[in-house]
Design a protein around this ligand. Structure first.
Ligand code: IMP
Length: 433
């Protein structure tokens, strides 16, 4: 096995950072494949926190090639800030970073539009709750074939023409949404800034698709690091409450430009409970004290926006759907320790909609919103042994919980995390083996 995709199984924030960090030990190349600075990983290096939004978590392992795929939408200012942060900690100093020349660039007008739309939709209760990082508008420009790609940052005339044409089209929209259209001087500054970012980024840019294809062909271990989660997928998620990229495993092939036949394994990451940021149906959501308790225990606040995450019980129908959409070959369970002090732990095993039992979420988000979860409950299990190295080392109810998830999701676990530290991990199977 040499090519592995790691993907969030539900709505993102499943704790991919720790898992990717562990798998990166065995990887030669780590490829971030979707979205942009809407994602966030908190990494701890020598006791110091490093929050990355664009650079793959593999950055913590010097010498591993870190690739940003062509399917991403990259905010060049954020990327340069992250590169500087990494370099100040002695990372990314050996030419490890490669940014795909075909990736799209997020420019200030994308963020402006994202914010204006959200503000306007909020007035009618229809906001998606985006991260306001300009992700949707940048992907819209890409689909309309008007986007600015990384390679355009090196061509002043082309960049000027593209930005001018985009802004020209957007001015009436910005005004319609109640925003202040940019002045020509402001647009000129955006262009100059973008050219400056291009100059600073140029040593890190290249043909990402060929680089990854070469790594695959030469038998190197390649790890694809997904952002967000399967149910936020633009095509298959809980639309319209989704992000604007392909978050399922197939997105890795599309973004990196490699064929699906190259993929050996797909690991889905699921937390031991569920969270969601932003709007959209969430049948197992816990409100009031119960939700607050889980949020506090799991420190469930967004790494990108700081927003409190909505928290609830693990949702097997949603997990099954994620597993199906991504063709998961194994699962990694994270944050089992967060449930440790609860008197009782529940898991949703099915939904009831109009008297029918469903094993996966219905298609329409309104139907998901009114789905009644069917729960199975487990007695609390108290503190987990941090030296647990096998599922049999877990207290009885915790073990039954893990085995129930595995059985009902129909996908075996390769890893169970019982604490934040790298050592607090039950490793059952190496996806690269
Ligand atoms: P956007 O990606 O900023 O357009 O946001 C669209 C939806 O995806 C919103 O509900 C966001 O909260 C959600 N989202 C985007 N990125 C992440 C992530 O990394 N984790 C969890 N939710 C995310």
């Amino acid at each position: 096995m040499s090519v592995v995709i790691v993907v969030g199984a539900q709505w993102g924030d499943e704790g991919k950072g720790k898992v990717v960090d562990l798998f990166t030990e065995r990887a030669d190349v780590v490829v971030r494949y979707g979205g942009g600075a809407n994602a966030g990983h908190t990494l701890v290096i020598d006791g110091q926190k490093l929050v990355t939004h664009l650079v793959p978590s593999g950055v913590c392992h010097p010498g591993k090639s870190c690739v940003l795929g062509d399917g991403m939408v990259i905010d060049p200012q954020t990327l340069l800030e992250e590169v500087a942060q990494c370099q100040s900690r002695g990372l990314l100093s050996r030419g490890e970073l490669l940014v795909g020349l075909g990736a799209h660039v997020i420019l200030p007008y994308h963020k402006l539009l994202d914010g204006l739309r959200e503000d306007r939709s909020a007035k009618t209760g229809k906001a998606i709750g985006t991260t306001r990082r300009g992700i949707g508008p940048a992907y819209e420009a890409k689909a309309a074939r008007k986007g600015v790609r990384v390679r355009d940052l090196f061509k002043p005339a082309r960049l000027r023409e593209l930005v001018a044409a985009n802004v020209d089209e957007l001015i009436p929209l910005i005004a319609h949404l109640g925003g202040t259209p940019p002045t020509p001087a402001e647009v000129e500054r955006w262009i100059e800034d973008a050219l400056g970012y291009g100059r600073a980024l140029s040593p890190y840019t290249g043909d990402a698709s060929r680089h990854v294809a070469h790594a695959v062909a030469s038998g190197q271990h390649v790890l694809f690091e997904g952002a967000q989660g399967c149910l936020l997928d633009l095509d298959h998620g809980t639309y319209p409450y989704v992000t604007s990229s392909s978050t399922i495993a197939a997105g890795a092939c599309q973004s990196a430009g490699i064929g699906p036949t190259a993929i050996d394994a797909v690991v889905g990451i699921t937390k031991a409970y569920a969270t969601r940021v932003g709007a959209g149906p969430f049948p197992t959501e816990l409100h009031g004290d119960a939700g607050d308790r889980l949020r506090k225990a799991g420190n469930e606040f967004g790494a990108t926006t700081g927003r409190p995450r909505r928290c609830g019980w693990l949702d097997i129908p949603a997990l099954r759907m994620g597993a199906r959409l991504s063709g998961m070959t194994s699962l990694a369970l994270t944050k089992l320790d967060v449930l440790a002090e609860l008197p009782e732990v529940s898991v949703c095993v099915a939904y009831m909609v109009d008297g029918k039992e469903l094993d996966e979420p219905p298609i329409d988000p309104d139907d998901i919103a009114r789905a009644q979860p069917v729960y199975t409950s487990f007695p609390g299990w108290g503190k987990l042994p941090s030296d647990a190295r096998d599922v049999t080392d877990l207290p009885g109810p915790a073990r039954a919980y893990v085995e129930t998830i595995e059985r009902m999701a129909g996908v075996p676990f390769c890893l169970v995390s019982v604490g934040p530290d790298r050592s607090e991990t039950i490793r059952l199977h190496d996806p690269f083996a």
